[in-house]
Design a protein around this ligand. Structure first.
Ligand code: FAD
Length: 468
């Protein structure tokens, strides 16, 4: 059997690309070395972390958030095993869903480690060592990413005491204390989970802000909110050592600017310093596929590597390491392989932090516009002035709209607040169609909704908000 497309890796990039290619009439095979489909995202990333974020938030609300609404509940009791079972079941139903979709779309699957033998040929080595070779006109590398370490520091991740995100979604008891090395999205989400369940969480971040790539206003306000929730955050701090010992593990860090080092102990240390592209064992060197200076598979604007017939998408290539970016690349590449004109608009890729409140962002930050010398307007609206937010006691946060000073075109949107991850999409759609702040501000929004905050921020950008 010779395939039109062989996809190596079944994360959001690979599985969505495979399904789209099959829907467009191509004969598709997938190769996956994990026991289940869905990649990092469905197995140990997006989906299990959101199951725990939701469950831990419910637990926290039952303990703290109900009283002011006139609901008196006895102190909630945590059944961590059951919470983890909910997470596992969520993962199971999602990964089984992918297997079902592969069958439905007549996609052949090969379980084992895929290696590119040459353009057009992939070998698959099963766990028992058996090797088979499959052939296809096009090969798609969608092998994703792996946990990054700490530059210059040897860390022995045992997934029990010193954990990556994979261990942090599977702890068997709530640690009394937890140190999170890295104040990015994954560290803050998983830190929030354990903080809500009772751990004292300390974050150590190298940069002078958390959520490094986010708009400065957003990261400042979000940091204040996390501090109010009990998280201790050390910025501009460089970790120089992580080792087992003391209560569980010890972390040594010092000011980035220089100064005395200090060592802190915790039951569990989460290393969340980012992720690196995963290309080990793929045979790229032998096949002559070039990597860039950060170890990512180098591609052109049409996902082509330097070797004809070999393409790459998702975390293993440049761009934000996000599931929906990988998915959109999978769709665009499938369209290209089917002779269509697939395209991804990298200027409009939303990004969400699923804490409580949520943080969501799309397009440019204020810092990026300043650095690019773009003349812009800012419209900001706080949820304290939003009726629905008052009714739900979710007044923390704001909406910020950035628009071009001359044309009024919306260039970026940033939201901190309850439901931010859902609200961000109206800004994304508007930006995709090149809409203006006035377009957004003049669009009728249902009352009372949190989304009225988006409308008011847009009104603030092009003229004046009504409720402020
Ligand atoms: P992956 O999902 O990493 O999939 C790659 C697959 O390839 C894996 O299954 C791997 O086993 C397989 N593979 C690798 N090498 C081979 C080989 N040689 N042969 C066969 N198979 C191979 N992103 C979001 O957008 N939203 C979130 O909420 C979010 N939360 C996250 C939470 C955590 C804790 C983590 C770790 C990540 C999170 N991410 C989130 C990031 C998201 O998981 C990734 O961006 C996404 O999974 C990338 O998809 P991908 O298809 O490129 O690769």
């Amino acid at each position: 059997m010779s395939y039109d497309v062989i996809v190596i890796g079944t994360g959001p990039g690979g599985y969505v690309g495979a399904i789209k290619a099959a829907q467009l009439g191509l004969k598709v095979a997938v190769v996956e070395k994990r026991a289940s489909f869905g990649g990092t995202c469905l197995n140990v990333g997006c989906i299990p972390s959101k199951a725990l974020l939701h469950a831990s938030e419910m637990f926290h609300q039952a303990g703290h958030g109900m009283d002011a609404l006139g609901i008196e509940v006895a102190a909630p009791k945590l059944n961590l095993d059951k919470m983890m079972a909910h997470k596992d079941l969520t993962v199971k139903s999602n990964v089984e869903g992918v297997a079902f979709l592969f069958k439905k779309n007549k996609i052949d699957s090969f379980i084992g480690t895929g290696k590119i033998v040459s353009a057009g040929k992939v070998s698959v080595t099963a766990e028992d060592g058996k090797v088979q070779e499959i052939e296809g006109k096009n090969i798609v590398i969608a092998t994703g990413s792996d946990v990054a370490g700490i530059p210059g520091v040897k860390v022995d991740i045992d997934e029990k005491v010193i954990v990556s995100s994979t261990g942090a979604i599977a702890l068997d008891k709530v640690p009394e204390t937890m140190i999170v090395v890295g104040g990015g999205v994954i560290g803050l989400e998983l830190g929030s989970v354990w903080s809500r369940l009772g751990a004292k969480v300390t974050v150590i971040e190298y940069l002078d802000k958390i959520l490094g790539a986010m708009d400065g206003d957003v990261s400042k306000q979000f940091q204040r909110m996390l501090a109010k929730q009990g998280m201790e955050i050390n910025l501009s701090s460089k970790v120089t050592g992580v080792e087992k010992g003391g209560k569980g593990a010890k972390v040594t860090f010092e000011p980035v600017a220089g100064g005395a080092a200090q060592t802190v102990e915790a039951d569990v240390v989460l290393i969340s310093t980012g992720r690196i592209p995963y290309t080990a064992g793929l045979g790229l060197e032998e096949a002559g596929v070039a990597l860039d200076n950060r170890g990512r598979v180098e591609i052109d604007g049409h996902f082509r590597t330097n070797v004809a017939g070999i393409y790459a998408i998702g975390d293993v290539v440049k761009g934000p390491m996000l599931a929906h970016k990988a998915e959109d690349e999978g769709v665009a590449l499938a369209e290209i392989l089917a002779g269509q004109h697939g395209h991804v608009n990298y200027d409009v890729i939303p990004s969400v932090v699923y804490t409580q409140p949520e943080v969501a962002s799309v397009g440019k930050t204020e810092e990026e516009l300043k650095a690019a010398g773009v003349a812009y307007k800012v419209g900001k609206f706080p949820f304290t002035a939003n009726g629905r937010a008052r009714a739900m006691l979710t007044t923390d946060g704001f909406v910020k709209i950035l628009s071009d000073k001359t044309t009024d075109r919306v260039l970026g949107g940033h939201i901190v607040g309850f439901g931010a991850g859902e609200m961000i999409h109206e800004i994304a759609v508007l930006m995709e169609f090149g809409g203006s702040a006035e377009d957004l501000g003049r669009t009728c929004h249902a009352h009372p909704t949190m989304s009225e905050g988006v409308k008011e921020a847009a009104l603030a950008a092009f003229f004046k908000p009504i409720h402020m």
